[in-house]
Ligand binder design. Sequence first.
Ligand SMILES: [Zn+2]
Length: 95
Amino acid sequence: MAHANKCECGSKNNGVCSRCSRLKMVILLLPGWDQYKVDGNNPVWYSFYKDNRKDDLQIIKKMVTRLQKNALRHAVRKVHFYERGQLIADLDFTL
Ligand SMILES: [Zn+2]
């Protein structure tokens, strides 16, 4: 049984992990904000794996709150949330 506060794959990531975090948030940018792209792609954030047992809505709210405090917030058109590759939420992002 994996411990909820540790990254299960052992990557020693800082609270988030592309493999162990439950939700993935893809940040769809407004036109003209390509400087925030990462290697030509929309930025991707992962939920904290310590939150893996919280329900989806709680995790989504926390991640949106983090985004609202980030410099990226002015450049965001939409956010898409994925769980194990499945789109689970498609939200318009407005401040
Ligand atoms: Zn991991």
